[in-house]
Design a protein around this ligand. Structure first.
Ligand code: CUA
Length: 155
């Protein structure tokens, strides 16, 4: 079989790119442990009152670390405000009681989809005091654009 020179170059390039992609993916997954976030823990979205989300809110787990268990719903979050001192690391555990929402803190790398039945997790250290807005960026119904909460970071 005769292959034209350019055909060979493109074949090598194509197969080379594929191998490189798989190697990068493999190293990220197995050597660095990068996994798709969340979806590890599940919860019965029909029965949140009897789950760890029975009393959503903030809980201090050590000197400067807090866990915020929050429920997303059409069209808001419960609770709708949390307050932590600057320098705190907050571990967010968020679930939805109805449809898919998101939990997005603009200006940070916290941006996760909130799926009913799952405990979606993210972690963030609030170094700067101020008021942080949390928004939903998954269209979830007529009140989607009103869906928000606040994180107050006190000095
Ligand atoms: Cu919740 Cu959009």
């Amino acid at each position: 079989m005769h292959l034209h020179k350019y055909e060979k170059i493109w074949l090598v390039f194509g197969i080379g790119s594929l191998v490189l992609f798989l190697v990068v993916l493999g190293v990220a997954a197995f050597a660095f442990g990068h996994q798709p976030p969340s979806h590890m823990a599940s919860v019965d979205s029909q029965n949140l009152e009897e789950s760890v989300f029975s009393e959503p809110g903030l809980e201090q787990i050590n000197e400067d670390t807090y866990r915020a268990r929050l429920i997303a719903m059409a069209f808001g979050y419960s609770p709708d405000t949390i307050e932590v001192p600057a320098g705190s690391t907050v571990i967010f555990e968020v679930t939805s009681q109805d449809v898919v929402h998101s939990f997005t803190i603009p200006g940070t790398n916290v941006n996760m989809m909130i799926t009913p039945g799952h405990v979606n997790m993210a972690e963030y250290t609030f170094d700067e005091p101020g008021e942080y807005l949390v928004l939903c960026n998954e269209y979830c119904g007529t009140g989607h654009h009103y869906m928000q909460m606040k994180i107050e970071v006190t000095p």
